[in-house]
Design a protein around this ligand. Structure first.
Ligand code: HEM
Length: 280
């Protein structure tokens, strides 16, 4: 209770799993074994973690740890269990966690640094639309939120460089030139430049929250390339487009919608939130 109390006064709340485990471990070692864990620094600090690990291995065969995805990898994609686990870890850690770790801070930064009353407009939209429970589907009814997400991806593509080796000879065209590309040549695309093309995007260097709204705005989606392909395209086994291209957008939209249902306003700068005003 001392630990919990001091954490509450320091951080406003305390999670209780660890203090409870520390307490019950000490109590049981004393009462069951007749030994005092504090006589060994190692046991008193991490004895309960040692028991957690030991226990986990004992009960692993009986505990559900969400192996359905691994089963699908084996049954539908012909992978063995080890390959499935490696692929899942790579997608989880690199593609998904890595991608969002770069993207979400730039999204928050765009929201808190706006000076045009954007938060007020978003607040209105997310409270009027999308029903009582937010979901991947309900945020599709929030055009401003989606446009803000697209505009952030346009100005700050989280993975700006793409490489690919030509599979055949072909001609690569830009607005005013044609380049002969030979099979085997290494190509590099720089999204940051592509998505600031003044021939496509009006005032390409400015953040325009509603840029992708309405019919004219949605035509720009075929020039939004953050996923290594146009937002109007689809990932296939041969094009290397982000497999989660739609879920990335919807997840970010959910995050924005949730934040502005919870808060009336969020104040901050490019790295910190300095104040939040709870929804009244
Ligand atoms: C903000 C988050 C994300 C960003 C910015 C992002 C961006 C990208 C980009 C740029 C590529 C192409 C890489 C290249 O070939 O050079 C890519 C590929 C890929 N992404 Fe994402 N991604 C994100 C989240 C996710 C998530 C959540 C998943 C899966 C759950 C995912 C799965 C994949 C996979 C499997 C590929 C490889 C596709 C292939 O080579 O055929 N990504 N992603």
């Amino acid at each position: 209770m001392d630990t919990i109390e001091s954490t509450i006064s320091k951080s406003g709340s305390a999670s209780y799993l660890v203090p409870l485990q520390q307490f019950i471990f000490k109590f049981l070692v004393k009462s069951l074994i007749g030994a005092d864990p504090s006589s060994s620094k190692e046991i008193s600090e991490s004895g309960y973690i040692m028991l957690d690990r030991w226990l986990a291995l004992q009960i692993l065969p009986t505990v559900h740890i969400g192996k359905e995805v691994i089963g699908r990898g084996e049954a539908e994609f012909g992978l063995n269990q080890k390959e499935c686990i490696h692929n899942l870890l790579f997608i989880l850690g690199f593609n998904a966690f890595g991608g969002f770790s770069v993207f979400l801070p730039s999204l928050v930064s765009a929201l808190v640094s706006d000076k045009t009353g954007l938060q007020e407009k978003i607040r209105k939209e997310v409270r009027e639309k999308g029903g009582s429970t937010l979901s991947f589907d309900s945020v599709k009814e929030m055009p401003l939120v989606l446009s803000v997400v697209y505009e952030t991806l346009r100005l700050n593509p989280p993975v700006p460089l793409q490489y690919g080796r030509a599979r055949k000879n072909f001609q690569l065209s830009s607005h005013d030139s044609v380049f002969d590309i030979k099979k085997g040549e290494l190509l590099c695309g720089f999204q940051t430049l592509v998505m600031r093309d003044p021939k496509i995007f009006e005032e390409p260097e400015s953040f325009k929250a509603d840029r992708f709204m309405n019919e004219k705005g949605s035509e720009l989606l075929s020039y939004l390339y953050w996923s290594n392909g146009p937002q109007t395209g689809s990932p296939t086994a041969s094009n290397k487009q982000c497999a989660a291209k739609d879920y990335v957008v919807l997840t970010a939209a959910l995050f924005v919608a949730y934040a502005f249902r919870r808060y009336d306003s969020i104040t901050g700068d490019s790295s910190s939130i300095t104040a939040v005003e709870k929804a009244k």
